[in-house]
Design a binder for this molecule. Structure first.
Ligand code: DLL
Length: 432
């Protein structure tokens, strides 16, 4: 089944002309409504008239996460505040989150692209679907939620946490589909087994997994233990949220909703556009967004576009799995974490040397974060009570900045190895 064959299966020529028309309109819109883009275009000596075809996109400026941060909170918003009906946010490196405002039309596009994804996974109105991404500023929960409602299936907004209760609901309500991070899916499988149950006691058939990198071997393990078929779901808050691309039954790459999000692959060093099929950094232009439209947003995600047609009948171009990132962002339990966020907390506290190490691991299928930090000589003591209080203060601060809890390990002065060259602050033991 295909949700919107007119858009998902249009000929390449039709897609090219739709994208060209939309890009021209978008550039005119941001030129008149976002001083940041007008200034950039004036510096580059281009006007909206120079952008007639989607192929002219290479003339346009890039946008980076730093630009969003510099223009915090609403600097890149194009629509007037009265048109904004919802705001989401994603974590930034310096404590300033990235703020994304959506108009009513943006939300309609979002629930449309999510309905396309769910239909590609085989979900219909007859399904009962549990959304187990976090609800809140994170786009996962509400983004998937409205897609399920738009499709007409029954949504169970379980969010995250309380896993045993969730499993009872999966069993008792005969839930057939679930959206969550792949690591949470593995944790669910483990909890199911701990409760003395197995995949034969539940009726899950589809999983929509994303928000963090995962592998074919994780897919196989989740499928074996939960008795479902797992599909990739990709997206990022700056562009929309989940639903930017999704796998179909062929499971050979994820179809991009390219009538709304125009993809390019660039060389992250030279910023040159690369031909389809080559690996590089994924860049998106939001062709129809009103709230915060972005030109050539650098996702920092590394992947390639897959040429050729797909046996499922969709003509929309596919992207391969994300194989890495060109910055130092870590994704821990689906939450974006930058080492510099930890550094800024440590630097604010006089008790610590600016010497720290993040140890990321996956234990019992759940990501863990340990922060090792060196206590300054004057503050280091044998008084356990004092040390425990210090540890707690740091844990609390980290939790409020990172939105996930980290285990703090206080280290003796001079115990963290000093690096000779580029300092290394992360050991990621997860095998992906
Ligand atoms: O993670 C949106 C989302 C929610 C996608 C639920 C899918 C499901 P952000 O918090 O802004 O938004 O993080 C975006 O997460 O640039 C990728 O690095 C990573 N990411 C998202 N989906 C995938 C995926 C949401 N399927 C960042 N595979 C992106 C690998 C993914 N990485």
């Amino acid at each position: 089944m295909i949700w919107n064959p007119n858009k998902e299966c249009m000929s390449r020529d039709e897609m090219h002309s739709l994208q060209s028309k939309r890009l021209n309109k978008l550039v005119t819109y941001v030129y008149h409504n976002v001083p940041f883009y007008r200034n950039k275009m004036q510096e580059m000596d281009i006007t909206p008239e120079d952008i007639q075809s989607i192929d002219d996109i290479v003339k346009l400026p890039f946008t980076t996460k730093q630009d969003l941060r510099d223009n915090y909170p609403y600097g890149l918003q194009a629509a007037p505040p009265s048109e904004i009906v919802r705001v989401h946010a994603s974590s930034g490196t310096t404590g300033n989150p990235t703020i994304v405002g959506y108009t009513r039309k943006d939300l309609a596009v979002w629930s449309e692209v999510m309905a396309r994804a769910l239909t590609a996974y085989g979900i219909t109105r007859d399904d009962t679907f549990s959304v187990s991404y976090g609800y809140g500023l994170f786009t996962g929960g509400l983004g998937a939620h409205y897609g399920v409602e738009n499709l007409g299936a029954t949504v169970i907004p379980t969010s995250t946490g309380n896993t045993e209760k969730h499993i009872r609901l999966i069993r008792d309500l005969k839930i057939t589909g679930i959206a969550c991070t792949p690591s949470y899916a593995l944790y669910l499988a483990e909890t199911l087994e701990k409760m003395g149950l197995s995949k034969n006691d539940i009726s899950l058939k589809v999983g929509a997994f994303g928000a963090e990198p995962w592998t074919e071997s994780m897919r196989k393990e989740i499928e074996d233990r939960l008795g479902l078929k797992g599909f990739n779901l990709y997206g990022l808050s700056e562009i929309m949220g989940p639903g930017v691309s999704y796998e179909c039954s062929e499971q050979n790459g994820s179809h991009i909703c390219e009538d709304h999000f125009y993809p390019e692959i660039i060389n992250p060093e030279t910023l040159e556009q690369l031909p389809v099929g080559e690996h590089g950094e994924l860049v998106f232009t939001t062709l129809t967004k009103e709230g915060m439209p972005l030109l050539r947003y650098r996702t920092k995600d590394l992947c390639s576009l897959i040429p050729g047609t797909c046996a499922c009948g969709r003509t929309a171009i596919r992207m391969g799995r994300i194989v890495g990132r060109s910055d130092d962002m870590l994704i821990i339990r689906g939450i974006n974490v930058f080492p510099s966020q930890v550094e800024s907390v440590i630097l604010e506290m006089p008790e610590f040397e600016p010497q720290y190490m993040l140890i990321v691991d996956r234990i019992n299928n759940l990501d863990t974060l340990q922060v090792q930090v060196e206590v300054r000589k004057d503050f280091f003591s044998d008084d356990i009570g004092r040390m425990l209080a210090l540890k707690k203060r740091l844990s609390d601060k980290l939790k409020s900045v990172l939105s996930i809890s980290a285990e703090v390990k206080l280290m003796e002065p001079n115990s963290i190895e000093r690096s000779q060259g580029k300092s290394k602050h992360v050991i990621d033991k997860r095998i992906l």
